[in-house]
Design a protein around this ligand. Structure first.
Ligand code: GAR
Length: 193
């Protein structure tokens, strides 16, 4: 079966993006990453993607001042120019407008470092530790208008250990994220028309 063409949107280091690129190289993968877009010009993930031979572009939101619509239209144009069929948000730290969400409804996923619906937003690991949770984890969900909402498509749980700091917990969750995202993306791409 033909591999689905995926774009990954990032704002930072892009470790999930790199894991998706690598997973997409497997012969049996239902997807391949063909484009990486960052809203931050110097995002570390852009160089990582280029080194892996994947087209990587910065479309900095600061260049569009407060015009969110124009910024998203530029992103959408890049997606279309690369014949993208599915979008994976991976550490893309900017809230999307209903326009872009609507344009890609059913074809846009996000990964979040908590067991949603627990802890949407930021500082998820510190909040899980402060709450005394025994477990933390990550979620891949379909993107809808609400932040970190949308249908849950997969989760992985990891233990919270007694000595955990937010960064040690984040590291354990990240390892789980890298497994989960490619698994869910593969499954979703297999269901596309
Ligand atoms: C990941 O932990 C991802 O779940 C999180 O940002 C990190 C990006 O890391 N996303 C969010 O918090 C979105 N709400 P990465 O750049 O190394 O993939």
């Amino acid at each position: 079966m033909r591999k689905r063409r995926v774009a990954v949107l990032i704002s930072g280091a892009g470790s999930n993006m790199a894991a998706l690129i690598d997973a997409g190289l497997a012969p049996e993968a239902a997807f391949e990453v063909v484009l990486v877009v960052s809203n931050i010009k110097g995002a570390g993930g852009l160089a990582v993607a280029e080194a892996k031979g994947v087209a990587a572009v910065a479309i900095p939101h600061v260049a569009f001042a407060k015009d969110r619509a124009a910024h998203e239209q530029a992103i959408d144009a890049a997606l279309k120019a690369h014949d993208v069929e599915m979008v994976a948000l991976a550490g893309y730290m900017r809230v999307l407008t209903p326009w872009l969400v609507g344009a890609w409804r059913g074809r846009m996923l996000n990964i979040h470092p908590s067991l949603l619906p627990l802890y949407p937003g930021l500082d998820t690991h510190a909040r899980a530790i402060a709450a005394g949770d025994a477990e933390a984890g990550c979620t891949v969900h379909g993107v809808t208008e609400g932040v970190d909402e949308g249908p849950i498509l997969g989760q992985v749980r990891v233990p919270v250990l007694p000595d955990d700091t937010p960064s040690s917990l984040a590291e354990r969750v990240k390892t789980a994220e890298h497994q989960l995202y490619s698994r869910v993306l593969h499954a979703v791409c297999n269901t596309l028309d």
